[in-house]
Design a protein around this ligand. Structure first.
Ligand code: HEM
Length: 291
């Protein structure tokens, strides 16, 4: 049991984080053309719009809550006068609400991927792995926050999981901190690490390029972005001429060409003079300039 605990909380997180970092670097260098979350909007739009919107809004708040709860030490909250009751009340209300919104979103996306034939036919195993894992991790997190928290009272993870994750990030994993953590939360955390480990090999890769431009870009990159008001649309529109306008280049001013002066026959070169007259008997020596 001690060995399992050492592996799970002292070695496994590093395996997952290493695969995540090395996998991301590898994919960046080997497969940049597929970097991103390829759009399936043409295959089905209604469920995608609602599911994606709900999932992304919810998950951003969930992850912000994780940073506030796990990376900020409990001493900070005590120092600024936020009591344990206030903290956990807010965590259950805000964390629970964000988690429910994210769950609604990922459930819609997962349903769409399985139930809509056109989307299903264009999905591969990595899509099911990422969507399925996301769904599971979110369900377990919510089950803990809402189920466990409401049944047993708030669990002070800021004294166990929080210091443990910080010890992992400092490369000094304190495995003992995870010993008394409820199993539900342990499974949530272990699966979250699996999710991080597989992320470079799925469409989740797009989260590492900080896709803030996604918020304002045209939904499909290979469709014209005319008419989109966001920064992406404006930037690309500014680079292109308006539709149906001929691509006219500014023409340079015509340079006046000086009139040709008839070449003066060179009395010193009789052969050339004779040749010129034979080629152009009217103008005589004009042949020289025409050569
Ligand atoms: C190693 C990483 C992670 C750790 C240590 C961790 C830990 C925790 C803890 C301690 C809670 C309870 C919060 C509370 O009751 O106030 C929680 C809840 C939750 N977690 Fe995680 N988690 C991790 C990763 C993730 C990931 C990657 C996701 C989503 C994809 C996620 C989704 C959730 C959700 C939805 C909840 C419930 C709502 C909330 O508190 O925001 N977690 N997690």
């Amino acid at each position: 049991m001690a060995q399992l605990s050492t592996f799970t909380w002292g070695i496994f997180p590093y395996i997952c984080l290493t695969v995540m970092i090395v996998g991301t670097i590898y994919r960046y260098h080997s497969d940049q053309l597929t970097w991103g979350s390829k759009s399936s909007e043409l295959l089905e739009k209604k469920l995608l719009t609602s599911g994606s919107m709900l999932f992304h809004i919810g998950i951003l708040f969930v992850l912000a809550g994780h940073i506030a709860g796990l990376l900020v030490p409990i001493e900070f909250y005590n120092a600024i006068g936020i009591s344990s009751e206030l903290y956990h009340g807010a965590a259950i209300a805000l964390g629970g609400l964000s988690g429910l919104i994210a769950l609604a979103g990922i459930s819609i996306l997962l349903y769409r991927r399985i139930a809509k034939a056109r989307v299903r036919m264009n999905s591969d195993m990595s899509d099911y792995v990422s969507d399925g894992l996301l769904w599971l991790v979110i369900v377990l997190g919510l089950a803990f926050t809402l189920g466990y928290g409401l049944l047993n009272g708030p669990y002070e993870y800021r004294a166990t999981v929080g210091p443990w994750i910080r010890s992992v990030l400092m490369f000094q994993p304190d495995i003992a901190l995870m010993a008394g953590v409820p199993l539900l939360l342990q499974v949530h955390i272990a699966l979250a690490f699996v999710l991080l480990g597989v992320s470079p090999f799925t469409r989740l890769i797009h989260m590492y390029s900080m896709p803030i431009g996604y918020l304002t870009r045209a939904p499909l990159l290979y469709r014209t972005s005319y008419g989109y008001g966001g920064s992406y649309g404006r930037a690309t529109a500014a680079r292109r001429p308006a539709i149906h306008q001929p691509r006219t280049q500014p023409q340079p001013e015509p340079v006046p060409v000086p009139a040709e002066e008839p070449a003066t026959p060179d009395p010193a070169r009789p052969f050339e003079r004779a040749l010129g007259e034979s080629l152009d008997p009217v103008a005589g020596s004009g042949s020289r300039s025409r050569r």
